[in-house]
Design a protein around this ligand. Structure first.
Ligand code: KG4
Ligand code: ZN
Length: 343
């Protein structure tokens, strides 16, 4: 059945990792509701446990969807399109969202659209801003770090991505070495702030003449530095210092190294693509106020606009999935009911 564009209501479902999030988006109007359930119990376990994550997705998907519909003051019958993250992510978690979306689409005769989670992040700035095309987008999260050239809705080229660890993963792993809580990024930022975001130890930056990222060497450099400072016991695999200042200095030096790397990648990509008009910074790591400030300052110096989503749209969320679902519906890119998590 053809859908009137003005009336199109999209339900966006995101379950790729440890957030269960559902949003209702109305074409030409914007977000009507947005609910995020974050699985805080992983915090006590030091990282995401895939089996636990998928079981919790299963428990939460129905109540979170009901709440999103209630908050938008609509019913499932009013919804025209069901957009769901179908890749990439933890298989068990993805399957919960995809099976749920397919069941709803089949039972209620709705259009179904599978959304690439990374495309969701890449367009998340549009939830609040009119970002001009073409622009460069840095996506930095716990699972991915990539640089995109974005030329239109759904039109993008990957210029570079991480060869090993993602930026968020580097924050999380080094935080773990330092005995900080999970997720590590916010805590590292807090500790770095107490020593004024200074670079104490000059940890390695990425090669500024390539557009791919690599952060596993940075993790090793920090570890070896702690060993050299007699602060880490390699045999016992644990931190053996009570020097709180040292930990703060490591956190700060790490943060500055990652911010420098992002800035250098942008400089190199901008030289190759002088036609760009703006920079966007998205994904969980984009919650980091220090890196935001650094990239905004760099953008301003280069006469480029800079956009970053609100924190709720930086970390995993259903709103970005609903937004991408809306333009895909506009473009007629629907999925069949055999949608799966592999293609
Ligand atoms: O996008 P996201 O919620 O999930 C993934 O798709 O991975 O990103 C989570 C990541 C974690 O690695 C977390 O440490 C990082 O984002 N993160 C931060 C900050 N807040 C979250 N990293 C640096 N500074 C922050 N303030
Ligand atoms: Zn994500």
């Amino acid at each position: 059945m053809a859908i009137s564009k003005d009336l199109r209501l999209v339900l966006g479902i995101e379950t790729s990792c440890d957030e269960t999030s559902v949003a209702v988006y109305k074409n030409k109007k914007g977000l009507l509701s947005h609910v995020i359930y974050s699985q805080v119990h992983h915090k006590n376990l030091g990282g995401v446990m895939p089996e636990l994550a998928s079981r919790t997705q299963l428990e939460k998907i129905i109540p979170v969807t009901k709440l999103a519909l209630d908050q938008a003051q609509v019913t499932l019958d009013d919804v025209n399109v069901i957009a769901v993250t179908n890749k990439p992510g933890l298989p068990g978690s993805l399957l919960v969202g995809v099976c749920f979306a397919k069941a709803l689409a089949y039972a209620k005769s709705k259009q179904l659209i599978g959304i690439n989670h990374l495309e969701g992040h890449a367009f998340s700035s549009f939830l609040e801003h009119q970002v001009p095309f073409p622009h460069l987008c840095i996506t930095a999260s716990g699972g991915h770090t990539s640089l995109y050239l974005i030329t239109g809705f759904g039109e993008y080229t990957i210029l570079g991505s991480t060869l090993d660890d993602a930026a968020g993963e580097a924050f999380d792993k080094i935080a773990r070495i330092l005995g900080f809580p999970y997720p590590g990024g916010p805590y590292i930022e807090k500790m770095a702030g107490t020593v004024d975001f200074q670079d104490f130890f000059g940890y390695p930056r990425n090669n500024p003449k390539t557009l791919d990222f690599s952060f596993s060497g940075l993790k090793t450099a920090v570890l070896y530095d702690l060993i050299a400072k007699n602060a880490y016991d390699m045999q016992e695999k644990k931190l053996v210092t009570s020097d709180e200042l040292l930990k703060k200095q490591v956190a700060s030096s790490l943060l500055v190294s990652i911010a420098d790397t992002f800035e250098q990648k942008l400089s190199f990509a901008y030289k190759q693509h002088p036609e760009i008009q703006a920079i966007t910074f998205v994904g969980g790591v984009a919650c980091n106020k220090y890196i935001r400030h650094r990239l905004e300052t760099w953008s301003r110096k280069n006469n480029l606009s800079f956009f970053v989503p609100a924190p709720a749209f930086c970390t995993d969320n259903g709103a970005m999935i609903a937004f991408v679902g809306n333009y895909k519906a506009e473009q007629g890119h629907y999925s069949a009911l055999d949608l799966d998590i592999l293609r």
